[in-house]
Design a protein around this ligand. Structure first.
Ligand code: ZN
Ligand code: ZN
Length: 303
C-alpha cells in the first residue's frame, strides 16, 4: 500500500534541504553566548570587559525566561510578506516591555563589584530617565546614531532590546519569514548582522548564516557573496597571523568593508556575537587596511 509522505518526511529524504531561516531559541542562545564569553576571556587583553558582558548575557538569559512580549499582529505579518519586507523593523516595533527588561538587567549588573564606578553612575542615571528618554535612546541605539553621552550605556540598552526582539522572533514560524531585498539586513527586524557564522550540526551544517545583532535570527547567504553589498567579486579572507582561524575578516573590494566569519568547523563552541567581541585584535589590524567594519557589535559601543 502506498503512503503519502508528509512535508517534514519529504524534507528528511532530501539531503540538499537546509533551513533558510534559523529562528533564535533565546534560552540556549544566551547560555551558550555567556559560556563562550567566559571562555574567550582567558588570557584576552579585554578579559574584564568580556567577563562583565558574560554577566550581562547571563542576566539576558534570566530575563528571557519570563519576558512577555506582544505577538506580531496578523495584519502586519501579511502586509510584510506581501511586500517582501522585514516582518517587524525594530525601530517601528518597540515593545514597551523592553524598559522592564532594561530595569531587570540593571538590577542584575549595577550591584556587581566589577562594574567600574563611572559606569555604575551612568547606569543609575539611565534608570532615572523618563520612559520617553529611554525610548529615544533605544531608537538611537537601533539607528546606530549614538550621542557622546550614550556610549557607556548603549550595550545595556542593546541587550534589553535583544531579549525582547529575540523572544518575538522565537515565536514566529520560519516559513513565515519572507525573502527580502536587500538580503544583507535581517528579514525579521531589518537590523544588520553582527557577523556571519559557518554552522556545524544538523541540516544547517556547512552553510553560512548571517546573525542578526538585534533579534538574533540567522538567515542563509551563500559564502561567495559579500554579506554587505552582495557582490560575488573580490571576496578575500584575513586572519590574525598564528591564530587558529576560527574568526576571519571577510573583505570585499567592491564596497571596501569587512565582516567577520565565525567558523564552527574550526571550533564547535564558536558563537557569532561572543567570538566577534573576543577578537578585537583583528579589528585593530583591519583598522590599518582600506576596509571599514560593515556593522557594529551591539555589546560594544564605540565613539
Ligand atoms: Zn533581526
Ligand atoms: Zn561588498
Amino acid at each position: 500500500m502506498q503512503r503519502i509522505l508528509q512535508p517534514g518526511e519529504i524534507e528528511a529524504l532530501d539531503h540538499t534541504h537546509f533551513p533558510r531561516i534559523r529562528l533564535p531559541q533565546p534560552q540556549s542562545l544566551f547560555a551558550e553566548r555567556a559560556a563562550r564569553l567566559l571562555q574567550l576571556a582567558e588570557g584576552n587583553p579585554i578579559a574584564d570587559y568580556l567577563r562583565l558582558m558574560a554577566r550581562l548575557v547571563q542576566a539576558q538569559q534570566k530575563a528571557a525566561a519570563t519576558v512577555q512580549t506582544a505577538p506580531l499582529e496578523a495584519e502586519t505579518l501579511a502586509r510584510s510578506q506581501a511586500h517582501s519586507m522585514p516582518l517587524m523593523p525594530a525601530a517601528d516595533h518597540l515593545d514597551p516591555v523592553w524598559r522592564e527588561v532594561l530595569t531587570a538587567l540593571l538590577d542584575a549588573i549595577q550591584p556587581l563589584p566589577e562594574v567600574p564606578p563611572a559606569l555604575c553612575e551612568a547606569l543609575a542615571a539611565l534608570r532615572q530617565h523618563s520612559p520617553e528618554a529611554q525610548d529615544a535612546l533605544a531608537l538611537r541605539v537601533l539607528g546606530g546614531d549614538l550621542q557622546p553621552g550614550d556610549i557607556s550605556t548603549a550595550p545595556f540598552v542593546a541587550a534589553a532590546l535583544q531579549v525582547v526582539f529575540a523572544d518575538r522572533a522565537s515565536r514566529l514560524s520560519a516559513g513565515a519569514v519572507p525573502y527580502t531585498d536587500p538580503a544583507s539586513i535581517c528579514p525579521v527586524c531589518a537590523a544588520p548582522p553582527v557577523t556571519s557564522v559557518l554552522r556545524i550540526g544538523g541540516t544547517a551544517a556547512g552553510h553560512r548564516y548571517l546573525h542578526c545583532g538585534v533579534c538574533c535570527t540567522e538567515w542563509h547567504m551563500v559564502r561567495v557573496k559579500c554579506s554587505h553589498c552582495e557582490s560575488t567579486e573580490g571576496i578575500r579572507y584575513q586572519g590574525v597571523d598564528g591564530a587558529k582561524p576560527v574568526v576571519q575578516a571577510e573583505t570585499c573590494t567592491q564596497c571596501h568593508t569587512y565582516r567577520k566569519l565565525v567558523n564552527q568547523e574550526k571550533d564547535p563552541l564558536a558563537e557569532p556575537l561572543a567570538d566577534d567581541l573576543g577578537t578585537l585584535l583583528l579589528d585593530l589590524l583591519m583598522g590599518e587596511t582600506e576596509f571599514d567594519r560593515a556593522s557594529a557589535n551591539p555589546l560594544l559601543a564605540l565613539a
